[in-house]
Design a protein around this ligand. Sequence first.
Ligand code: PLP
Length: 408
Amino acid sequence: AFQAEVVPKAPEDPLFGLMAAYRKDTFERKVDLGIGAYRDDNAKPWVLPVVKKADDVIRSDPDLNHEYLPIAGLQQFTSASQRLILGTDSSAIKENRITSLQTISGTGAVHLGALFLRKFYKGNSDPNVYFSNPTWANHNQIFTNVHLPIKTYPYFSAETKGLDFEGMISSLESAPEGSIILLHACAHNPTGVDPTQEQWKKIAEVLKARQHFPFFDCAYQGFASGSLNQDAWAVRYFVEQGFELLIAQSYAKNFGLYGERAGCFHFVTSPGSDATDTVTRVASQLAILQRSEISNPPIYGAKIASTVLNDDALFAEWEDNLRTMSGRIIDMRKSLRTKLEELGTPGTWNHITDQIGMFSFTGLTEKQVLKIREDAHVYMTKNGRISMAGINTKNVDYVANAIDKVVR
Ligand code: PLP
């Protein structure tokens, strides 16, 4: 018998649990700063106008059908995804040093990479994967599920609410040679703290010297700064330095395609005469992993993204939509910081505008987080992370006052 009585009850996913608690709350002024999804100034989900246009284009195609995609996904989508993350003039693309598969959004890409590493990575006889401390909570589960042991490197300084660069570097220097290093390409989740370009160069230097293997998780390209190129800078720099590396790319945030699960996984190999051969062999194994996991990826989200990415006019409009989202968030950062400073809320609040992307790591303690939820019905994760997208011109005063009260 299966003996289901031995299956222990697992704790509820904290983030989705928070979402459920928020939904149940009947308080009129409640504020959701939990989930990382964009909201407009009326706290409503926003369908990007360019996505609506792409949808019209797709639906007006008389040959529209619901056939299976190939195992690696929609080819126009994966090749446009390569150009997006690496740049149109990337030597890795020109030299066929890259192979890509469409995945179940960013999560699926991280998972496919983890599975591939677990099965084939030989850069170290007993490899560990190193995460920033803290990192996106799901990284832990994804890598644990494929039995890749996890370690962490210091990342966030509680004192400065910025990057603990020295701690990070010395930890990467002392990690066993050939370790796998997971890096957030931009808009680090949950801290909103990214290395500067100079710091990225040093990180690359250490990884190269220690023969570590980089795995970039890129969930916020274009959403962080509003510039697709700026947000891809670190990945492109590493590729230019000749690294062999992995990339997980999500279109959830930058296209607002959360539930459509559009993403892409890339394996990029180093320049060399055997590059094409490497890519061919790797692609054949990735295809087997993909086939056994999902057979082939879902079609709709990839078609939307592909329609936009492969059309100059739609692409330009998308960039405009990205600036709308990132611009609103940057404005809300300024607004929240200003209000807190006007209120004279104890502490410093410059980190709110220094941090970038969807999130801000406020520095509120778990106790304060629970109190602000109870007293003011403001919902955020226990680590004090707030989704900036949940703040708007109508609730920023309310949120600032609630933070002020709980900090005093
Ligand atoms: N990686 C990071 C760092 C994220 O923050 C997220 C989403 O929150 C993802 C990956 C993947 O998200 P999705 O699977 O929705 O693309």
